[in-house]
Design a protein around this ligand. Structure first.
Ligand code: NAD
Length: 440
């Protein structure tokens, strides 16, 4: 059993802390946000993540999982400290590492015995060296430490499952001894023969950006193929299906939509471009993916306007789905934000609903109307736009939807509905990359 400290309790820190305590270790999870910690202690998690509350409750009950606002004490009491604070986008697209360096400084000041300092936050290549430098410069005694880069690959919406059953665990470190200790942290996964890969620190730092940027690129690629397909009269659903059957490509991340969002792809692609710029190496594919994504968001509004015969002013538009993807309350960089802003600017009126993200969106748009179910939301609307492919929208009754709308106008930006049904029911509708006359 290891004594573990997790600093920063966002999606990554909280899931990792609960997951590592479930592996049998003693974990203290710490954050500077007192309100957040107070709420977690009362059993209220600030975001929606399936299975997380149960995982936390189980490990709190077993006395393996504690929460604290005392960062210094957490550092002192832990043998392995995970840094899991945010690395948001800086002014110039670079990763803002101020939170990470702040934690590094606190670690330096509170080093009381040998520690492993392990970064889970997504940080550019070279950050490990900077963290080591900060700790070496600021520690007041000769206590030793080792540094590990352990990037996190969990996905919001399935974070608990991803953490407990990962595809791989990457450990960037400088000695086999440290790697062996990290294997002990992840021992249930090791026993279950999940690949735990040892690399040097810089490779571990790179793999996270390379992975996210590739997925962003794949989404932008299929979005562009969708745009071209709809212009040329092909149907992207079958195109994606057929190219996805090629084992070299795989069908995953080949679903066209309103542009990627979330707390990772937008900032990580920009940070990778910044990293490449600093290194003097062009990375044109990722720059293109970022531009394509920006255009995709614009294109959604262009398509909506066309559907509304260029007349958005005074129209009531229902937005179903606010989170950047289903099963999460995270709205960071969600395409819904973009389309709502554009509709409001054009003089439209918004009625909105998301199964779990209404409250998050209220912080950005306090003055639009929110509802607690799709049925009330769409009432008397001129148009409904599906922005997030929640299961409850996939299965909604299209006849009821049509009858509740003032006019049966629908923009399905996630291609979740059967087009023949929409035609049969008399909807005027648009999709992303589909041909209305082809049914798959
Ligand atoms: P988040 O923004 O949800 O949470 C960050 C937390 O860190 C907040 O609770 C904040 O209060 C806390 N914090 C900030 N400064 C602190 C400090 N000095 N001391 C203690 N706590 C501090 O972040 P997140 O989405 O969990 O992401 C964390 C990191 O993990 C980022 O680098 C992100 O890129 C990476 N990541 C995120 C995901 C994801 O799906 N969200 C997946 C993989 C990796």
């Amino acid at each position: 059993m290891k004594k573990i400290g997790i600093i920063g309790l966002g999606y990554v820190g909280l899931v990792s802390g609960a997951g590592i305590s479930d592996f049998g270790h003693k974990v203290i999870c710490a954050d500077i946000d007192k309100k957040k910690i107070g709420n977690i202690k009362k059993g209220n998690i600030s975001f929606f993540e399936p299975g997380l509350k149960e995982l936390i409750d189980r490990n709190v009950k077993s006395n393996r999982l504690l929460f604290s606002t005392d960062i210094s004490n957490t550092i002192k009491k832990s043998d392995i400290i995970f840094i899991a604070v945010g690395t948001p986008e800086g002014d110039l697209g670079q990763a803002d590492l101020s939170h990470v360096f702040d934690v590094a400084l606190k670690i330096a000041k509170n080093m009381n015995n040998y520690k492993i300092i392990c970064t889970k936050s997504t940080v550019p290549v070279g950050t490990g060296n900077k963290i080591k430098e900060i700790i070496n410069k600021n520690k007041s005694n000769s206590v030793e430490f080792d540094y590990v880069s352990n990037p996190e690959f969990l996905r919001e919406g399935s974070a608990v499952k991803d953490f407990l059953w990962p595809d791989r665990v990457v450990i960037g470190c400088e000695s086999n001894r440290v790697f062996d200790i990290m294997i002990e942290v992840y021992q249930p996964l090791f026993r279950n023969k999940k690949p735990i890969m040892q690399t040097e620190i810089s490779t571990a730092e790179m793999v996270k950006y390379a992975s996210n940027a590739f997925l962003a690129l794949k989404i932008s690629y299929i979005n562009e193929i969708a745009n071209l397909s709809e212009t040329l009269g092909c149907d992207v659903k079958m195109v994606a299906n057929l190219i996805g059957q090629d084992g070299r490509i795989s069908p995953k991340f080949l679903h066209p939509g309103p542009g990627y969002g979330g707390s990772c792809f937008p900032k990580d692609t920009k940070a990778l471009v910044d990293l490449a710029k600093q290194a003097g190496v062009p990375i044109k594919t990722i720059t293109a993916a970022i531009e394509a994504n920006k255009y995709q968001k614009e294109r959604m509004f262009i398509k909506l306007k066309k559907l509304l015969k260029e007349n958005v002013k005074g129209k009531t538009i229902s937005i179903l789905g606010l989170s950047f993807k289903p099963n999460t309350s995270d709205i960071r960089e969600s395409s819904s934000i973009d389309i709502i802003s554009r509709i409001l600017k054009a003089g439209g009126h918004i009625r909105a609903f998301d199964p779990v993200a209404n409250n998050s969106m209220k912080k950005i748009f306090p003055n639009i109307e929110y509802f607690s179910n799709w049925e009330k939301t769409v009432e008397n609307s001129d148009c409904v736009v599906i922005m997030t492919e929640w299961n409850e929208f996939r299965s909604l009754d299209l006849i009821e939807l049509r009858d509740r709308l003032k006019t049966p106008v629908l923009f399905d930006t996630r291609n979740i509905f059967d087009q023949s049904k929409l035609l049969e029911l008399g909807f005027s509708f648009d999709t992303v990359g589909r041909n209305k006359n082809i049914n798959y």
